[in-house]
Write a protein that binds this ligand. Structure first.
Ligand code: DCP
Ligand code: CA
Length: 418
């Protein structure tokens, strides 16, 4: 690999919705199964597990056709909220390896892994990621390796499922050009058919179009102004910059170094509540709401930093949702007998506030007996002048769509020395 080149990986989950269903229904693992929605006997398959694919059943096929192949094929109804939660777990595993992830779709991302090439070969990096994802989430991935986003994406489809493939620039002629144009990123099915009609069937023909003015002009009639971009793409020219959504990039945080180390969780929570309030205040002022919450603590004696992040299923600025997440995180990080020197609260993945969902109910909150921690949290809340709203009072807060953000398990836990 040219040393000036970056190492870009595309990581794609295999048969995602079906694999996610197999996680919670392991008994389906060895059977042909499809995910989709059926209404009055009609429906389209959204994805099929690999057992079903072996029988020729695939995404986009009407259910009745799949049933002709296998009359009693298992159909699972789609559950997007669940898939998003599982996808977030996946992205968080990837974030253990790199700081930035370009989320390309619900089950696919691009990363710049150049930094890791100091210690590992590209194939070793991909294998490590693949193993980590499957061990941590139970999900199988396929990984494409290259020097830019487009080529790594194409490569990620070469050897599914659980494959790792390269598509470096010097491999383009052998591996990319023989593929049909419909395999080209951003060329849709309809455009491919039109290109086929004017005699452009393979990516290689698209790549060399500048040598044939007549065909070039015809292709321009089909694709329009973007033709040059597509020709570049067919020649493997694409960005090697990982694009993180700008609002995902931004974070708002507040931290504090304590003049006297804190040894009890009650005082710690009181201090963290202040940091939390300030961070929420700044979010509100900028009309932004977080999709992730991170807490970091530094311990006095060892100078170690403990941090944990949680990704929310939906952005929210509702303190009644965010504060319990913070409390939960602090509870996980805090160790008895530890003296805490520093704490920070950070909100990431900020979204414009008008797109935010506000939680409307906290079912069962009133009937549940309160844990000691919850009591402390409420005390902290009271002392900082913020009321914890529970039960029916929450109903008054319906502002947008009724949707309950999901709290994830601890997904990132880093320890490092100062
Ligand atoms: N999906 C969808 N509608 C589409 C395409 C996909 O709802 N038109 C969903 C179902 C897929 C998920 O998105 O499980 C990911 O899409 P992929 O194209 O990556 O397909 P799979 O992950 O299912 O299969 P593969 O193993 O080929 O990646
Ligand atoms: Ca996929």
């Amino acid at each position: 690999m040219n040393l000036n080149n970056k190492l870009i990986l595309t990581i794609d989950l295999d048969a995602f919705f079906a694999s996610a269903e197999e996680l919670r229904h392991p008994e389906l693992k060895d059977k042909p199964m499809v995910v989709g929605q059926e209404l009055n006997g009609r429906g389209i398959i959204v994805t099929a597990n690999y057992k079903a694919r072996e029988l020729g059943i695939h995404a986009g096929m009407p259910l009745f056709k799949a049933r002709k192949i296998l009359p009693n094929i298992t159909l699972i109804e789609t559950d997007h909220e669940y898939y998003q939660t599982i996808a977030n777990e996946f992205f968080n595993v990837i974030l253990e390896f790199v700081d930035k992830v370009q989320v390309a779709s619900i089950d696919e991302c691009h990363i710049d892994a150049t930094e890791l090439t100091k210690d590992y070969k590209p194939i070793e990096i991909a294998r490590m990621i693949q193993n980590r994802v499957i061990n941590k989430t139970g999900l199988s991935t396929s990984i494409g390796i290259s020097t830019n986003v487009l080529l790594s994406k194409v490569a990620s489809n070469f050897d599914k499922p659980f494959g790792i493939s390269t598509l470096y620039v010097h491999e383009i002629q052998d591996k990319l050009w023989p593929l049909p144009v419909k395999e080209m990123h951003m060329i849709g099915a309809k455009t491919s058919i039109k290109l086929n009609e004017i005699g452009i069937e393979y990516i290689g023909q698209l790549a060399l179009l500048k040598n044939d003015l007549e065909k070039f002009n015809k292709a321009k009639g089909v694709i329009g102004q973007n033709l040059l971009k597509h020709i570049d793409a067919a020649n493997g020219i694409s960005s090697d910059e990982i694009q993180v959504e700008t609002d995902r990039l931004r974070s708002i945080s507040r931290d504090k170094t304590f003049p006297i180390s804190i040894v009890d969780i009650e005082s710690l929570l009181l201090n963290i509540r202040e940091l939390f309030n300030f961070a929420v205040f700044r979010c509100e002022k900028r009309k932004l709401a977080p999709t992730s919450v991170s807490i970091a603590l530094k311990v006095d004696k060892s100078f170690s930093t403990f941090s944990t992040s949680k990704i929310l299923k939906a952005a929210t600025i509702d303190k009644n949702v965010l504060w319990p997440i913070v409390v939960n995180a602090v509870e996980k990080l805090f160790k008895p007998n530890a003296s805490i020197k520093f704490a920070s609260v950070s909100f990431g993945g900020l979204k414009p506030i008008e797109k935010v969902y506000v939680q409307t109910t906290l079912d069962g909150e009133k009937t549940k007996s309160k844990s000691k921690l919850q009591q402390i949290a409420e005390k902290a809340s009271f002392m900082s002048g913020i009321e914890i709203v529970t039960g029916s009072t929450m109903e008054d807060n319906i502002r947008y769509e009724q949707k309950e953000p999901i709290m994830r398990d601890n997904i990132k836990f880093k320890v490092w020395d100062k």
